[in-house]
Design a protein around this ligand. Structure first.
Ligand code: ZN
Length: 137
C-alpha cells in the first residue's frame, strides 16, 4: 500500500471536535478522484481511523488500577485509543498494543496518525505513559 497523504487537498483543515465536522471534511476528500478506487479506499481508511479516535474519547478507558483484585486487565490501542486487548489479571502473554483495525491499515496507519493529528484528533492519553510514538506501533 502506498502512502498518498501528499496527494490530498489538505488546505483549510478543520479542527475536529465532533463527528459532523469529520464527516463533512471527508466528504470533501472523497469528491476528488472519484473513479480512483484505491484513493477511495485510502480516504475511507483514514476516515474510519479518525472515527475510532472520536469513539475512544466517548467510551473512555477503564483504569485497571481501580478494579478489584482478580478483575481482567484492559488494554488500549496506542494509535486510536480503542480497546485492543483484555487479559486475565495474572496474564503472561504480551497484550496487543494495537487494535486489529489499525494493524490492518499497514502503511496507511502512519498517514492516518499524521492526518488525525493535523485535525486535532489524538487518542485519549494512556494512564501510565505519554502520547503514542509511531515506533511503538
Ligand atoms: Zn486502533
Amino acid at each position: 500500500m502506498s502512502t498518498n497523504l501528499a496527494k490530498l487537498d489538505l488546505k483549510d483543515l478543520p479542527r475536529v471536535t465532533e463527528q459532523s465536522v469529520l464527516d463533512e471534511f471527508f466528504d470533501g476528500l472523497r469528491q476528488a478522484n472519484k473513479d480512483d478506487l484505491q484513493h477511495q479506499l485510502y480516504v475511507t481508511s483514514l476516515y474510519q481511523f479518525c472515527c475510532r479516535i472520536l469513539e475512544a474519547h466517548k467510551k473512555g478507558k477503564i483504569d485497571n488500577s481501580r478494579l478489584p483484585a482478580g478483575s481482567p486487565m484492559y488494554f488500549y490501542c496506542i494509535a486510536c485509543g480503542l480497546q485492543s486487548d483484555t487479559q486475565p489479571e495474572g496474564y503472561t502473554c504480551r497484550p496487543k498494543r494495537s487494535c486489529d483495525a489499525c494493524l490492518k491499515m499497514d502503511d496507511w496507519l502512519r498517514d492516518a496518525v499524521a492526518l488525525a493529528s493535523h485535525l486535532g484528533l489524538v487518542p485519549p492519553v494512556q494512564e501510565s505513559k505519554g502520547p503514542p510514538e509511531l515506533a511503538d506501533i
